[in-house]
Ligand binder design. Structure first.
Ligand code: SAM
Length: 282
């Protein structure tokens, strides 16, 4: 049966949590339903506008009944209908149930998912892509996508079984960068082929890396920055694909850095040349 989310261009007031459209939207907390409907939730007006401006498809706009006279909400609802999306006007209580939040945003969107096509990645000389081996933690993934955006990475490649980039917690953690950073996915086997064709350096981060992370010449790209799984680190078969294994020095008792922090440090070091400080001769 087609998902009721897909019906376009209608404005409706809904007050009951038992309404099938609301039930369908609430199911988006489950990965399987996000996959089956190719949809996910984005919270907040700015995020939805940014997403639409970046060409992402809004399927359904849900806004609080209390926001009815609000000029900005009305403008967004008009734009949503023109773009073929449904608009649902609901009591705040229902928005709380949809987002599972006590203080929900006044506006929530059901967006169409979008993955970058791995086969069409053609890295330019100055490009850096981040590859994540079996990333598990939604907060880590969201933070990495946000950091990739800020640090000027061209995109993120999810390798193997990973947490879903379109989980609500992950989308929240990206703070909107999910709409700006291409995210591709591939199996470990496909990644090996991809890495074999990579025209530049493949820099793996490893607790036993033999090279300090400040040493490689990152300006000669393109760079593929490979990060290991939170628990297991980089497995030997992926570490073997790397032209260099870098280590970030540590003091103290921690046996490793958090994955998102390690990604941020390595990314910013690798992109240092792109963030030249005015007046700094280095
Ligand atoms: N127990 C894991 C191990 O043995 O690798 C720890 C994994 S760590 C939490 C997750 C990933 O962050 C690592 O696989 C690596 O990619 C990166 N990482 C964390 N600390 C690092 C460090 N000091 N140097 C290089 N990479 C690091």
């Amino acid at each position: 049966m087609a998902s009721p989310i897909a019906a376009p261009g209608r404005v409706k007031e809904v007050t009951s949590a038992a309404n099938p459209i609301i039930k369908d939207i609430r199911l988006l907390e489950k990965k399987r339903h996000r996959e089956e409907t190719n949809s996910f939730l984005a919270e907040g007006m700015k995020l939805i506008i940014d997403a639409m401006n970046a060409g992402w498809r809004l399927k359904t706009l849900i806004h609080a009944a209390s926001a009815k006279g609000n000029e900005a909400v009305t403008a967004l609802a008009t734009r949503a209908v023109a773009a073929g999306a449904d608009v649902l006007i609901v009591p705040e209580r229902l928005l709380g149930q949809i987002t599972r939040r006590d203080n929900p945003q006044m506006v929530v969107g059901v967006m169409q998912r979008r993955f970058a096509d791995a086969a069409s990645i053609r890295p330019g000389a100055d490009d850096l892509w981040i590859a994540l081996d079996r990333v598990r933690d939604p907060g880590n993934l969201g933070t990495i996508i946000r950091t990739a955006d800020a640090g000027g990475a061209r995109g993120v490649i999810l390798v193997g079984e990973t947490t879903d980039p379109f989980a609500t917690e992950t989308v929240r953690a990206t703070m909107g960068s999910i709409f700006a950073v291409p995210v591709a996915r591939m199996t470990a086997e496909a990644f090996k082929g991809f890495a074999g064709d990579w025209p530049g350096q493949i820099i793996g981060t490893h607790l036993e890396g033999s090279v300090d992370y400040r040493v490689p010449d990152y300006a000669s790209g393109p760079i593929l920055l490979l990060m290991g799984n939170e628990q297991a680190g980089l497995p030997a078969d992926l570490a073997d694909l790397c032209t260099t294994l870098i280590r970030i020095p540590q003091a103290g008792r921690a046996d490793s850095l958090n994955l998102a922090v390690a990604t941020g440090l390595a990314l910013y070091e690798a992109r240092r040349h792109a963030f030249a400080v005015a007046g700094d001769p280095s």
